[in-house]
Design a binder for this molecule. Structure first.
Ligand code: ADP
Length: 268
């Protein structure tokens, strides 16, 4: 059996995927918080994935690391950018997709893809928490709800609240003010989804948007954001089953392919 692993060490979560190189079956797929030690989180999530797949580290033929913390994974055979891994992962899951929007913990990125799955244009926001998962986490805390419930709550809104600022600090103050005057948490949650959608639409201005469009990353699990984007862009968002592990899957697939082709094009 030939096995390959992809480890994506993001700013908020570390992900690991193990694939069987023979038939690209996913044997393990895991997510855990990165915390303050990316190297440790990467090693831990890989160890847990090995347990889930009931294999040993020595059974892995190749490990590819990606994500902002990829340099910290000492165990990696190769390192690859998130853009390349995102392209590889999404093309495998949804080959018809031509634009992928990845909204993570502290950044959001957009890539376009050609028919062969090669990345074309890309746009990145890693300067500001607005339009990222961090923004939603701060707001969920202020609303006293779990991040996993924010999307569901937002779908029950009758009139989405209007935020005048997309800045996390100002928007949090605005949110507190809205609660004080009796605005419903549902309407506030929908307003927050709208803020994310607006920020993504701004970023989309930097690429040639081509449908079909996929939404991935941890925030793709937030149905409210997905619906807000669909309304704003007037097109459906395709969300794969496990949107948070798409880049880790792409890294594992890259590992497998380069092993099979006996070549290595990634950065190291
Ligand atoms: P990164 O790769 O940048 O570390 P992720 O892609 O893992 O980040 O995304 C993390 C974000 O995903 C969190 O900030 C949060 O907003 C969102 N998120 C995580 N879990 C859930 C969930 N169960 N439901 C909705 N949103 C979630």
């Amino acid at each position: 059996m030939t096995l390959a692993a992809g480890v994506d060490i993001g700013s908020l979560t570390a992900k690991a995927v193990i694939v069987d190189a023979a038939n690209t079956e996913v044997l393990a797929s895991l997510v855990q918080p990165t915390g303050w030690q990316p190297a440790r989180a990467g090693a831990e999530v890989l160890a847990r994935a090995l347990q889930q797949a009931t294999v040993e580290r020595t059974d892995l033929d190749k490990v590819v690391a990606t994500g902002y913390g990829r340099v910290s994974l000492a165990d990696a055979d190769e390192r690859l950018t998130e853009i390349s891994c995102l392209a590889r992962g999404i093309h495998h899951l949804l080959p018809e997709v031509r634009t992928a929007i990845d909204i993570g913990g502290q950044d959001s990125k957009i890539i376009t893809l050609d028919e062969a799955g090669n990345a074309g244009d890309f746009a990145l926001n890693d300067r500001c928490a607005a339009g990222t998962g961090r923004f939603l986490e701060v707001m969920a805390r202020a609303l006293g709800i779990e991040i996993s419930n924010l999307g569901k709550l937002s779908l029950k809104a009758d009139q989405p609240a209007r935020f005048s600022s997309v800045c996390t600090v100002f928007a949090e103050s605005e949110l507190v003010g809205m609660l004080a005057v009796g605005e419903s948490r549902e309407n506030i949650a929908a307003g927050l989804s709208g803020v994310i959608a607006h920020q993504i639409a701004v970023l989309l201005g930097q690429v040639r948007l081509q449908p079909p469009v996929a939404l991935v990353g941890g925030v793709a699990q937030n149905r409210g954001v997905c619906v807000a984007l669909e309304k704003l862009l007037e097109m459906p968002m395709h969300v794969p089953d496990q949107p948070q592990t798409v880049c880790a899957l792409g890294a594992a697939l890259w590992a497998m392919e380069t092993m099979q082709k006996g070549r290595s094009d990634g950065e190291s």
